[in-house]
Write a protein that binds this ligand. Sequence first.
Ligand code: ADP
Ligand code: MG
Length: 233
Amino acid sequence: MSLIQIEKVKKVFSETETPVTALDNISISIDKGSFISFIGPSGSGKTTLLNIIGALDKPSAGRIIFNNIELSTLNRVAAADFRAEHIGFIFQNFNLLPVLTVYENVEYPLLMTRNTSASERRHLVENVLDAVGMKTQMGKFPNQISGGQKQRVAIARALITNPELVLADEPTANLDHESAFKVIQLMHEMRSKFGTTFVFSTHDPKIVKEVDILHKLEDGKLIGTDNQGGVAA
Ligand code: ADP
Ligand code: MG
């Protein structure tokens, strides 16, 4: 079943001296519960595409239908509400808040979006930290854990609101190969455990072995799709 339909999406940045076509006629359907990667060199349009899928930006032409909602019809406030309810984000530089502990970083989205009791929050946070293997580290601050561990915490934070989709823009770009591989493996496990759809971007062909579908981008164009035979959760 399709969660997101990307239909003939084009993005032109025209504020610059010469307009840049960052996305050129992209059409893709993303199934619920699938594990998808966009791969391409720097400048190929990965971030632009993830931003549009994540309702952070709008296409110049074409449509994104997410759960039967056309994202470009949402105004800023509605888009923010939509993101808070449906999407978890993971970033290349982790984006953990340095003054909050691991526990508090993961709790934070619940405080922003839901009316949950302290005991409910404790249960949810401990459960997801346990799932990513970071429960024993929950009192530490981000500067006391490794890069790979930070990304585990960021995965827990993305999952805490039980979103339908997790979007991760080059989540492994700041990690050594072994940590990068483990982060992708963890996302794969979380997809199976929670049924969450995961979409991540990378420029590294070594880490995309486990994905179901690999979309290749170059100069804003979709130049190929490998169906690697994964089965949606
Ligand atoms: P990637 O994430 O694959 O490195 P991006 O999506 O960031 O690629 O960029 C795709 C193209 O769009 C690049 O040529 C980039 O310079 C351009 N671009 C991205 N964002 C902007 C912007 N805000 N203004 C102008 N050009 C942009
Ligand atoms: Mg990018």
